[in-house]
Ligand binder design. Structure first.
Ligand code: HEM
Length: 426
């Protein structure tokens, strides 16, 4: 039975209501609970949550507090509890994934690992090559999409294929493994979602997928160590730290995190972005006629979707933020989607505006762990809409949308009907 919507505007905000903010079952039924975030930002920007199903934690909803917390990584660390929806990640232990990824490392180790990969994602020259690849790939995918479906299709398919192609190429993953790697990535990140889960339980799904990823990446890392190519697995496989080579398991772990980060988020922004443009045909037409607005529109899609629900921070010393005194050992959940609709920074935050500027959302996080792939994500979404929009004469939803049920906000099915403009089709 579908979860009933909760009323967040009246009465006491009990633990039962508060956990909707971190509950994928609730998001699947109703999306992120923005009315709850609105009220929290006004009344209790940092609130203690004690619920029998979860570790005790503080939920932080204001943009300014999340900035302050995320930019003090030695006081608020990532090592420890990483995300309240990854409780079953303990299944990773024992299949070679029991070492930290970039996400759950703290300074100074974090920086020495991050610099190994950072430049690949931030150098303008490298990004220009990516743009060419993304434009060509998006064109082929959209060609295929508009021709094969004869006026209808599920937009999730080309969105996810663009994401896996982009990240598969950067990592240096042979093409024949892309589909399988994507299936395993989903089965780790979305182990509670029956659409993506492999096996009966979340733990089984994670264990199966982790084993599969190790089988894909293990031989690749070995091969690139002796025969490097121009790809990220080669960079990692041959990386040197002050105390020697990067361990084999660590290389695999970094590569897998980049795969997960790369395939689980961007495709959902593309899907949610298209749905918003379908719901507001005037906006879609305006954007199609003014494609120079695309960078702003893409930023707004990212703010609007803010696909990652939260990440946790583990308090290392007694410290105060605002009126709240945290104790060493406390766990915080920083709510990116709430920070991205904070009325202190955004005019009409619940309005989707394709020309919003400035747009200081926190969908990519901020500080020590700010998203490694943020430029790649922006460029990918831009490439997709640059290719798709001019070809669409008409477009409508062709059936119910189905939301994802895991730590990411998005849709698993976006059935659409469309008419193609024959003059703009290739
Ligand atoms: C719209 C798309 C994306 C969104 C919204 C997003 C969101 C985020 C957020 C919020 C964080 C910070 C987590 C924290 O502070 O604890 C993060 C980190 C990260 N993201 Fe993304 N991400 C996106 C795309 C990508 C892509 C395409 C990649 C592929 C390279 C990627 C790889 C990573 C990695 C490796 C980290 C960890 C960085 C670190 O710990 O130093 N992400 N992402």
């Amino acid at each position: 039975m579908a979860l009933q919507p909760k009323d967040f505007t009246e009465g006491e905000l009990t633990a039962d209501k508060l956990v909707a903010a971190v509950d994928p079952d609730y998001w699947e039924a109703h999306g992120f609970p923005h009315p709850l975030f609105d009220r929290l930002r006004k009344e209790s920007p940092i609130v203690r949550v004690e619920h029998p199903d979860l570790p005790k934690f503080w939920m932080v909803s204001k943009n300014r507090d999340i900035r302050e917390i995320s930019t003090q990584p030695t006081v608020f660390g990532n090592a420890g509890i990483l995300n309240l929806n990854l409780a079953d990640a303990s299944a990773l232990v024992g299949v070679g994934f029991d070492i930290p990824s970039l996400l759950n490392m703290d300074p100074p180790d974090h920086q020495s690992h991050r610099v190994l990969v950072d430049h690949r994602f931030q150098m303008a020259e490298v990004m220009r090559h990516d743009d060419q690849f993304l434009a060509e790939t998006a064109r082929l995918l959209i060609d295929d999409f508009v021709r094969s479906g004869e006026g209808s299709g599920d937009f999730v398919a080309p969105a996810q294929e663009l994401s896996i192609s982009a990240i598969g190429r950067i990592l240096g993953l042979p093409k024949e493994h892309w589909e399988e790697a994507f299936r395993f990535a989903n089965a780790v990140a979305a182990s509670t979602d029956p659409t993506y889960r492999l096996g009966e339980t979340a733990a089984e799904s994670i264990a199966t997928a982790a084993g599969g990823l190790m089988e894909i990446f293990g031989p690749l890392v070995d091969a690139r160590k002796t025969d490097p190519k121009d790809d990220l697995v080669s960079v990692l496989a041959r990386a040197q730290l002050d105390d020697g080579d990067l361990r084999f398991e660590q290389v695999v772990m970094h590569a897998v995190l980049i795969l997960l980060g790369g395939v689980e988020t961007t495709r959902n922004v593309m899907g949610v972005g298209l749905v918003e443009l379908i719901r507001a045909p005037g906006l879609r037409r305006r954007l199609t006629e003014n494609l120079d607005l695309l960078p702003l529109a893409v930023e707004e899609m990212i703010r609007w979707t803010s696909p990652l629900g939260h990440m946790c921070r583990n308090v290392r010393q007694n410290v105060r933020i605002g009126d709240v005194e945290f104790q060493e050992g406390d766990v915080l959940a920083v709510m990116w989607p709430s920070a991205s609709r904070d009325e202190d920074l955004f005019d009409s935050p619940h309005e989707f505006r394709i020309d919003r500027q400035p747009n200081p959302h926190l969908a990519f996080g901020i500080g020590e762990h700010v998203c490694l792939g943020r430029q790649l994500a922006r460029r990918q979404i831009r490439a997709m809409f640059q290719e798709l929009l001019p070809r669409l004469k008409e477009c409508e939803l062709a059936g119910p949308l189905k939301r994802a049920r895991f730590l990411i906000n998005g849709y698993t099915h976006i059935p659409i009907n469309f008419d193609i403009d024959p003059h703009k089709d290739h």
